[in-house]
Design a protein around this ligand. Structure first.
Ligand SMILES: [Cu+2]
Length: 190
């Protein structure tokens, strides 16, 4: 978990590195590491943890769950997710509709209050991908880029695995009702 956390941070920081290098004159002493590392880090106060995706078939759809933590003192908002291996990526929430049927709806964004964590988890908010270019098996990863209202982006590799241990029949019931395209009126346009 902490490794993925670190990886997400590293990937996010990566674009800043060439700029730092260019700003240093060739005459500068090459022995010291660039000191502005700390300020750069503070510009990306969002961390991703607990990310995982379900196994999925080529051409099908998949679901990504993760936890976002906003370490800043100002609100942030997840406005978009994208993957190079999916034709379409959507932000969804799952709601219990009349008659006890689980239905998914698009959400325009996911608010991240300052100092808070927001979990995308089964039976609630999630990232949904459709039109997968490839089959995703447990042990593989799904590349995902998250875009925030501030313009920040985080790219990470989401591990593919089965659902959490200990979540049994209830989970599979949700999958059947919540994530089969054929069951969802209003999803046909996707
Ligand atoms: Cu969904």
């Amino acid at each position: 978990m902490s490794f993925r956390h670190a990886l997400a941070l590293l990937l996010t920081l990566a674009p800043a590195v060439p700029a730092l290098a260019q700003s240093q004159t060739p005459a500068a002493a090459p022995t010291q590491a660039p000191p502005p590392a700390a300020p750069v880090k503070e510009e990306i106060p969002i961390t991703v943890s607990e990310a995982w995706a379900r196994p999925a078939a080529k051409g099908g759809s998949d679901v990504v769950y993760l936890t976002l933590t906003n370490h800043a003192k100002t609100p942030e908002r997840l406005i978009r997710a994208a993957s190079p291996i999916a034709r379409m990526t959507m932000l969804h929430t799952t709601k219990m509709a009349a008659g006890g049927v689980m239905q998914m709806r698009d959400v325009e964004g996911i608010d991240l209050p300052p100092g808070k964590s927001v979990s995308l988890a089964p039976d609630g908010l999630h990232i949904m991908l459709s039109g997968l270019d490839q089959t995703l098996k447990p042990g593989q990863t799904l590349p995902l880029t998250l875009t925030f209202a501030s313009g920040r982006e985080i790219t990470l590799l989401v591990p593919v695995r089965q659902g959490p241990v200990g979540q049994g029949s209830g989970m599979s019931g949700h999958e059947m009702g919540g994530h089969q395209m054929g069951d969802m009126p209003g999803m046909s346009g996707h």
